[in-house]
Design a protein around this ligand. Sequence first.
Ligand code: ADP
Ligand code: MG
Length: 404
Amino acid sequence: MNKKNITDIDPKGKKVFVRVDFNVPLSGKDPNEEITVTDDTRIRAALPTLNYLLDHGAALILASHLGRPASAEDKQYAMDPVADRLSELLGRPVLKVDEVVGPEAAAAAAALKPGDVLLLENTRFEPGEKKNDPDLSAQMAAMADIYVDDAFGSAHRAHSSTEGAARAMQAKGGPAVAGFLMGKEIAALGTAVSNPPHPYIAIMGGAKISDKIKLIDNLLQKADKILIGGGMANTFLAAQGYDMGKSLVEEDALPEAKRLLEESPGQLILPVDAGVADEFSADAVRTDKSIEDIESHEMALDIGPQTFNRFAEELQGAKLVVWNGPMGVFEFPAFAKGTDDLAYLLADLVEDGAQVVIGGGDSAAAVTKAGLSDKMSHVSTGGGASLELLEGKELPGIAVLDEA
Ligand code: ADP
Ligand code: MG
């Protein structure tokens, strides 16, 4: 996974098509209210790539999906509020057209001068986008001389604006390379997949084991140990014969949980205690107790203090840590402790020289909520994409890019 990036090309005087991730949250869908961007983190994250290209004499044609519009008639998903915010952040005008491809977009792209920025309409307004329609991809590539992908979060999907346009650019002899964000993701997650330093400790949590069986299988090949918390730990513990009371246990996944435990003696580290409650609610009262003491009316909603200590021991001296999935129902303050404590411990490990990579939407949200995302080596911006990469899958949006 050694891919060319924007420092390997000369963008001077060129038109660069950049697939960005501007899939940002928008304000209420009240038709009388002006729609605005409520969190511009993703737009800011693209700025290093965009400013680099502009500083080096390029004109930019930007494309992103936004939300899940049913069709081009879903105007609440139009890119106009994004164009406004981007213009403020770049400190220069951003021209927005009301189509992804077509005569208006092509004319606007043709008229661009170095330093100009054009934002195309929501790529999912085009029915061909998700089908990776070659004709749509060719029209995207036709507007530019260079293709840049900086949307890691969409790299696991072979869509026109990700895989297709890159291929179409290569077909007409142009480069297709990674932006800075994409390059960082490839470096951080790629290390974990291809040549991890040891000791390598993986930490897994989150609600369900069924979503992540392939991931656990692959991590068992690469990591020295996997620490298991969150709801998925309940299913493993139930597979070992513990009565987990009212805890979330996936009955259908019990055979797979048993298989994983049998195939990896000593490698999966399970909780020995839990923060339990009588009900699944934000103001439920927490009690910490050993797993074997969980009663039929109780449910495990967080890892307990002894489990945390055990995990901390396992993590001492780790060179690489990959964490996916919160240790408990971190949305409820009383059950965020295991997740928060772990985030602080990992921040300390980074200071001691370990590489700590966070993958997965809710895990990244939990680390951000604890105010610790800057302390980690890397917090992946792509939920599904980071998990698929860690599963060992080839991501079409990355695979297509020019080899370094
Ligand atoms: P990620 O997005 O990081 O991959 P997941 O989506 O797999 O993580 O899981 C996150 C969800 O898991 C959170 O909403 C959290 O409330 C839930 N969760 C964690 N621990 C438990 C538990 N013990 N019981 C029920 N749900 C849990
Ligand atoms: Mg999630």
